[in-house]
Design a protein around this ligand. Structure first.
Ligand code: FRU
Length: 450
């Protein structure tokens, strides 16, 4: 059945029609940013995974290219799962997980494969490069996926999510001279994850951090409330031992809808999937399900991950706010600069009855989407999740900059390098923004995306 495209976000990557999840193969190549993503073009639910493909020069306006990888063909895989990209000898190589369903359960095979392209558009599959026999003893080839590849001192290295039989998530390190033949180096942390399986590991040598995602991890002191979570680990890989020396760790995004972050090869920029597994996706009726976050500039500041949104936008309004200020915002970037902030309440996408709210309370940003519009129902049963609430620490600095990226179906909120991202499905007439502040001074600015 053909899917009809109706409403779309203005500058967030979707599959246009069909389903998408994780960002894949993010790479800066010959003056353009390439983003690939897990894609099922034929329905608005997860299905046999393809790699969709878009390119951009400014990270805001994206051009859709043909599907880069499709399951089947000679390799006969049932899905092309997540992975990464690297440039070598002028070609883009995609390293991805081939998924063979077989009879399900333990007979599933997830093995690491390679595809190459000279023009950055048409990709040729080159087959399995890390197979079942390359896995160390005791690790299950049915849960072995999401390779992230990079080059260090003229050698190729990659991390892959794995699991020991009867164990939980692990991250394995492999190395290679030519991208085709890989040898196992070590198990990075040498211990099980808290969640049942790790997914989408990502190591950034230049910035000194790694990401990992955990399925069904337990909540920790009011964070990691989503059923699946993304963590940052600041630290360095010791190439001589193959162990990761972790100095600090935290949650990548405090919102409801964020998973599978990946950093671009060749640029300090990250994107994640702006959705969550095990929830309904109300946008399916508009012809698409799933989108990526806006790109975020990433760095490590004071030992933690620091993110700021990248949106090519033009300032169209600035004003000082004393008490209350009203605007209309559906798409664009709002920046609130406050000095000596005591109170802040922000109603977004409001029509008086439906609205999404952000409030500063006891040193925390409290986000509430319980009245935002269409219900988004997940499997989480804690009080905050049931009440539509997510929380993020506020820096409580004397000068506070709060940045909010608005687009159809989402808000991404940033303060002092932390992020809180969530989808919302408000009614069409819910366009009002109402800001109430108590501060020594406060400036409001809105920028539009052309
Ligand atoms: C993460 C994930 C990956 C896998 C892909 C399949 O969201 O489960 O581990 O490769 O999605 O689409």
């Amino acid at each position: 059945m053909a899917i009809t495209k109706t409403k779309q976000p203005a500058f967030h990557i979707t599959g246009e029609t069909g389903w998408i999840n994780d960002p894949n193969g993010l790479i800066y190549f010959n003056g353009r940013y390439h983003a690939f993503y897990q894609y099922y073009p034929h329905a608005t639910n997860w299905g046999p995974m393809h790699w969709g493909h878009v390119v951009s020069t400014d990270l805001t306006h994206w051009e859709y290219l043909p599907v880069a990888l499709a399951p089947g063909g000679e390799s006969g895989e049932d899905g092309c799962f997540s992975g990464s990209a690297i440039v070598h000898d002028g070609k883009i190589y995609l390293m991805y997980t081939g998924f063979w369903e077989n009879q399900g359960g333990e007979s599933i095979r997830q093995l690491q494969c390679l595809a190459e392209s000279e023009d950055g558009i048409n990709f040729k599959k080159r087959g399995i490069v890390i197979g079942e026999n390359d896995l160390p003893k005791g690790y299950a080839p049915c849960d072995f996926r999401d390779p992230k590849v990079w080059c260090h001192n003229g050698e190729f290295w990659c991390v892959v999510a794995a699991r020991k039989y009867d164990g939980k998530g692990r991250i394995l390190l492999f190395k290679s001279n030519d991208l085709f033949k890989w040898t196992f180096v070590n198990d990075l942390f040498d211990k099980d994850s808290l969640g049942v399986m790790i997914e989408c590991p990502d190591y950034n040598e230049d910035l000194g951090y790694m990401f990992s995602c955990e399925q069904f991890q337990p909540a920790e002191k009011g964070v990691h409330l989503n059923v699946h979570t993304s963590r940052w680990h600041v630290g360095k890989l010791d190439y001589s031992t193959g162990h990761f020396k972790e100095e600090n760790r935290g949650i990548v995004d405090y919102g409801f809808d964020f998973y599978a972050p990946q950093t671009f090869a060749g640029a300090p920029v990250m994107m994640g999937w702006l959705n969550m597994w095990d929830r309904n996706l109300p946008s399916a009726k508009y012809g698409f399900a799933g989108m990526l976050t806006v790109p975020r500039k990433v760095s490590v500041v004071d030992g933690r991950l620091y993110q700021t949104p990248i949106v090519n936008s033009t300032e169209v309004l600035t004003t000082s706010v004393h008490g209350r200020f009203d605007d209309k915002v559906v798409k664009g970037v709002v920046t609130i600069n406050a000095t000596g902030l005591e109170k802040l309440s922000l109603k977004m996408r409001s029509n008086g009855v439906n609205y999404t709210e952000l409030t500063l309370k006891d040193g925390e940003w409290v986000f509430n989407r319980s009245k935002s519009g269409e219900a988004i129902i997940g499997v989480e049963k804690d009080a905050d999740s049931l009440n539509g609430i997510r929380r993020m620490p506020c820096s409580m600095k004397r000068d506070i900059t709060l940045t909010i990226v608005f687009d159809e179906f989402s808000v991404e909120i940033f303060e002092d390098g932390r992020a809180l991202s969530s989808t919302i499905y408000p009614p069409e007439d819910a366009c009002d923004l109402v800001l109430t502040v108590k501060a020594d001074s406060c400036k409001y600015a809105r920028a539009d995306v052309e």
